[in-house]
Design a protein around this ligand. Structure first.
Ligand code: ADP
Ligand code: MG
Length: 491
């Protein structure tokens, strides 16, 4: 465990280097029609208190009934995290005053969660490293409702629509060492959940949120005392909160102070964390097994069947893209980050040049979509259209440069790329007679440059440029190069 620390990840303090240690608890809303223990809808954005069953409202005598779909989704997620699936787990009551969870306790899993240890492989773009983040556990629990304090000057309101919705709490070991690693980890975890279809990962709606535990230490020393930053709801804010919190702790320690374990909140407006409450311990919650719910049990055959029907996950897909299409690790990683991009790529690449397909999607299409604020699912250029453009280049019908113009036309106006090339006369000139004629004209107009080029062959590029201009960019560049060389007497 004492691998040398990458100096890039250290923070320079006034008294020497510090290392950040981060562990995360991610709350991911389970994709399911109904809540964890009731049949009420989980749809987002209903009228306040319109998705509340008697169980969610905690009416006397109401009993929770486990929703099998949520269990299935939790197991599938565990499988996607290469984790231990526990065939028997139990539900506990976590007692707490929640104004927006009328039971007065949250049903959660404490000692015996449905999923145990697993791991996630994470590519970190900033350091070009690949790290393994160990998962400690995944457990199922209920979400709380929402208190609304800003609708009325003297009253607060409660909306229970979210109360009782199933969450997966995914707890990592303290394996992350920088804000970059933490952001990359959450991004990767979200990608896996989306591939599995077990959580939509929509952080704007609060469907994925992170409790970020941060401590600092001298490189190689024991872990320091951590602070937990609650409910951070964007990947950017996670990075900012860690940077701020680490520096805050370093300043205290360098000043001879000690870190108090506590729960803090990140204020994105101010860019700082502030204390919310001192850390509560597990025994404060008076956890005890929920007497209304039997232990949750299923058999290995059920798990095996779910394992067999998992979709191809991002790591496997990336490896396949590299081996089947010859893509670089970077390109393959970019394409598999969203399932929709990966699917789009495969449609374009099928029976065509995979590397060219990847280049076009990553460099042209993504850039252009970004400019329009669109994502791949709203792409005005279909996989068939992009495929046709790539074919036209491969067949030497158009040059790479013309292809970019063609791409822009298809992007803004639509249409069949082959027809557009035909109708607008965009075909590449491969007729050597026509190219020769253009070259002769350029040579005749620039006798001084011709002399110079003989001594300085790098001037060839200038001539190529002139000929391309002369032919409206349509001359086949390779032919231009060859004919020019022989006419100018350059090897
Ligand atoms: P608790 O049960 O009190 O919440 P856990 O041991 O479950 O504590 O840890 C909660 C989270 O805090 C985990 O994600 C874990 O990786 C992380 N964590 C534990 N110790 C540290 C530390 N010293 N620095 C940063 N994170 C830590
Ligand atoms: Mg915890």
């Amino acid at each position: 465990m004492n691998a040398p620390v990458n100096p890039k990840k250290l923070i320079k303090g006034a008294t020497g280097d510090w290392e950040i240690v981060i562990g995360m608890e991610i709350h991911a809303q389970v994709t399911s029609q109904a809540k964890l223990f009731s049949g009420a809808s989980t749809a987002f954005g209903g009228d306040p208190n319109s998705h509340v069953s008697l169980v969610d409202a905690a009416m006397p005598g109401m009993l929770p009934v486990i929703n099998e779909e949520c269990v299935r989704q939790a197991i599938r997620t565990g499988l996607g995290l290469k984790a231990q699936i526990n065939l028997k787990s139990t539900f506990d009551r976590k007692n707490y005053f929640y104004p927006d969870l009328p039971q007065g306790y949250q049903i959660s899993q404490y000692k015996s969660p449905i999923v145990g240890e697993g791991e996630v492989t994470v590519d970190v773009p900033e350091t070009a490293e690949t790290i393994t983040v160990r998962i400690e556990r995944l457990h199922l629990e209920q979400d709380a409702g929402k208190s609304i304090h800003d609708l009325h000057p003297t009253m607060s309101f409660v909306d229970l629509n979210r109360s009782g919705v199933a969450l997966m709490e995914i707890v990592s070991k303290p394996d992350l060492r920088s804000a970059d690693e933490a952001r990359a980890y959450v991004t990767k975890l979200r990608t896996i959940l989306r591939y599995l279809g077990t959580c939509d990962g929509d952080m704007d709606k609060g469907n994925l949120r992170a409790d970020v535990n941060v401590s600092v230490r001298r490189p190689g020393e024991e872990f320091g005392t951590r602070c937990e930053i609650k409910n951070v709801n964007s990947i950017r804010f996670i990075g900012q909160a860690i940077e701020y919190e680490a520096r805050r702790q370093i300043a205290i320690l360098e000043d001879g102070g000690v870190i108090e374990q506590e729960t803090r909140l990140y204020d994105p407006g101010k860019g700082e964390t502030r204390s919310m409450r001192s850390k509560e311990e597990a025994h404060d919650y008076r956890y005890f097994p929920d007497p209304d719910l039997l232990p949750l049990e299923f058999d290995q055959a059920y798990v095996d069947d779910l394992a067999q029907h998992l979709p191809e996950l991002p790591d496997e897909k990336k490896a396949r893209f590299m081996s089947d299409y010859g893509l670089s690790s970077y390109d393959a990683g970019v394409l598999v980050a969203e399932r929709a991009s990966a699917d789009f790529f495969e449609e374009v690449a099928k029976g065509r040049d995979g590397k060219a397909a990847a280049n076009w999607i990553i460099n042209e299409l993504f850039g252009r979509l970004n400019k329009e604020g669109k994502d791949i699912t709203g792409s005005p250029v279909s996989a068939q259209q992009l495929g046709a453009i790539i074919e036209l280049i491969g067949e030497n019908v158009i040059s790479g440069k013309i292809a970019k113009d063609l791409f822009e036309i298809v992007f803004t106006e639509g249409g069949d790329p082959r027809e557009i090339v035909e109708k607008r006369g965009m075909k590449q000139v491969t007729d050597t007679g026509a190219i020769e004629k253009a070259i002769d004209e350029v040579i005749a107009a620039n006798p001084d440059k011709v002399e110079q080029a003989k001594a300085k062959p790098t001037l060839l590029g200038w001539f190529v440029g002139q000929v391309m201009k002369q032919t409206g960019g349509k001359a086949n560049p390779q032919a231009v190069n060859e004919i020019l060389k022989s006419k100018l007497g350059i090897e």
